[in-house]
Design a protein. Structure first.
Length: 84
């Protein structure tokens, strides 16, 4: 079994998540930007699964969804971002 790897998010990854938020939950755009500004953005990767931390936002990405072939779920402090 391959071990998970953690690294800093790059600008393209942040831009992709920003676009996802704008497309799916525009009311959360200002919250997303405030969390990006904190500068604590990391990604942990395992085969078929990615977890991102952007400030207090947790992002889980798996394949097989309907957004560019990805299933993306986001939470802010444990609350689904769609409820923020």
């Amino acid at each position: 079994m391959e071990e998970a790897k953690t690294r800093k998010l790059n600008a393209m990854e942040i831009a992709f998540i920003r676009k996802y938020v704008e497309d799916t939950t525009p009311t959360a755009s200002s919250l997303f930007e405030s969390q990006v500004a904190k500068g604590n953005a990391t990604v942990t990767e395992k085969p078929g699964f990615v977890t991102m931390m952007i400030g207090n936002i947790d992002v889980e990405i798996t394949s097989g969804g309907d957004y560019n072939g990805l299933n993306i779920q986001m939470w802010y402090c444990g609350t689904p971002i769609t409820e923020i």
